[in-house]
Design a protein around this ligand. Structure first.
Ligand SMILES: [Fe+2]
Ligand SMILES: [Fe+2]
Length: 471
């Protein structure tokens, strides 16, 4: 295993110095990245010291170093997980054959599209979140935001490295274009819809890191099972970083729920909003919105592209190599809910064509695990309320359910029934305005905004009162 080289201009563990041409090309891209960070990275605080972790090795145990750094001095670099010896293709028609170290010509376009689409989400989320530090509910939350932001920047590096190293001229052009698109821009939007949505408040940020970053976890997981080994190794290391982003969302939401419960107990006859908190039904609406938006990112339920990616070995299922014995899936079927003649019925779909749905199922299970923990936390406060994930058919804008109306339980309803009830299910303009009114920065160490509970644990064994950002 090569150690991370921090002497080079671009920290890396891929022996970049051994390939001068590649090194020069990436060193040309680096100032453009830093310009992008200056323009589109977090607004303000660029000159402040932030308690950030930096990768020092790619070993899952003890890989990071913590210390105060100014964000522009963060060492964005190229880190791949250690190569697995004698790794074979995990899935599809070529399962069991040696993995590819270079891109096979016949899969070049598909692989490039996948890498560009993944790469595009990374800077997009930084752009979506760029105003949030100004309303951070505590210094630790602000630090977590910045940690997520710098690592999404690093994930962009991870994809740009693959484009530069394996896709020649086209790859370099795509790497440039990744810095040119802008989240929410009318002319040059980011590729995927969820990444063009605004992230105006911290409840949204926690939902985004809980649900949308978790989609990222599953996309990266399926690419970690790719026959293209450099992609697999890249994604495996990204997954290690991603775990923290998910915990920011999960624990952030839990703290908003706990605070709502505290306010309910302090003033049993009062209204949580009158006491400056975010009531549980409002949190549920945000969950409904972001869970469903993130479901769309998995692609259509029945998809010939998904079948192609699986059969060629470009993608595998979540934990394909570890959890499955049949890696071919040919002649297997998936029982899919479809709408026929105004009714939901079950139809058999070729399993390979249902691979997006298979991955979505794993994602939903993972989300359900977290919802159970939230409900435990609510019950521990003595409050009688249960958070729920809506049905995967509810509020979809893509896929086979998009043109129909469903309620959060998954019942097929008319569009007018939907319109009559949607204000109970999804954030209304008034809800957004209320949540927005709470967004006022708290920057004194150890203090926290009224609408969210203090975290139970600090970062890297530091106290909550630690100066996570020197403001
Ligand atoms: Fe990422
Ligand atoms: Fe992330």
């Amino acid at each position: 295993m090569k150690a991370i080289d921090y002497e080079s201009r671009i920290p890396n563990n891929v022996d970049l110095g051994g390939d001068r041409r590649l090194q020069r090309a990436l060193e040309k891209w680096q100032p453009a990245f830093l310009d992008w960070w200056g323009d589109m990275g977090p607004e303000g605080f660029q000159g402040n010291d932030v308690y950030l972790r930096t990768a020092v090795s790619t070993d899952p145990g003890g890989w990071a170093n913590f210390g105060h750094v100014k964000m522009p001095d963060y060492r964005w670099g190229i880190f791949l997980s250690e190569a697995e010896r004698d790794r074979v293709i995990p899935a599809g028609d070529h399962a069991g054959k040696p993995v590819w170290q270079t891109v096979p010509g016949e899969f070049r376009n598909q692989l490039r599209r996948i890498i560009v689409t993944q790469g595009d989400t990374e800077p997009a989320s930084v752009e979506q979140q760029r105003w949030l530090a100004k309303t951070a509910p505590s210094l630790m939350d602000m630090r977590n935001l910045f940690q997520v932001n710098v690592e999404e920047g690093r994930h962009l590096w991870a994809m740009v490295y693959l484009l530069h190293a394996h896709f020649g001229r086209d790859g370099r052009d795509e790497a440039d274009a990744l810095l040119e698109r802008r989240s929410g821009d009318a002319d040059k939007p980011r590729i995927l819809d969820a990444f063009n949505q605004p992230c105006p408040d911290w409840l949204t940020f926690f939902c985004f890191t809980m649900f949308t970053d978790r989609d990222g976890k599953y996309q990266l997981g399926s690419l970690a099972e790719s026959a293209f080994d450099p992609l697999s190794r890249t994604c495996r290391f990204m997954l290690i970083e991603e775990a923290h982003h998910l915990s920011v969302g999960e624990l952030g939401l839990e703290r908003v729920m706990r605070r709502a419960c505290e306010l309910m107990k302090e003033d049993p006859n009062g209204d949580v909003r009158d006491n400056g908190g975010i009531d549980l039904p409002t949190i549920q609406k945000w969950i409904n919105h972001w869970f469903c938006y993130s479901l769309d990112l998995f692609g259509s339920e029945i998809s010939s592209n998904a079948a192609d990616y699986f059969s060629t070995g470009i993608k595998g299922r979540w934990r394909e190599a570890k959890d499955y014995t049949d890696h071919s899936c040919i002649n297997e079927v998936y029982q899919m809910d479809v709408v026929r003649d105004g009714k939901v019925t079950v139809e058999e779909v070729a399993l390979r064509n249902a691979m997006n749905e298979v991955l979505r199922d794993d994602y939903v299970k993972d989300c359900e695990r977290v919802v159970k923990r939230w409900n435990k936390a609510i019950a521990a406060e003595g409050v009688d309320f249960t958070m729920k994930l809506p049905s995967t058919k509810f509020f979809r804008r893509q896929g086979i359910y998009a043109e129909h109306a469903f309620d959060p339980e998954g019942n097929l309803i008319t569009h007018s029934e939907y319109e009559a009830n949607v204000a109970n299910w999804l954030p209304t303009p008034e809800d957004r305005e209320y949540v927005d009114s709470l967004m006022i920065a708290v920057t004194e160490p150890g203090k926290v905004a009224n609408w969210i509970a203090a975290p139970k644990r600090g970062i890297n064994k530091q106290d909550f009162g630690f100066e996570y950002v020197r403001v």
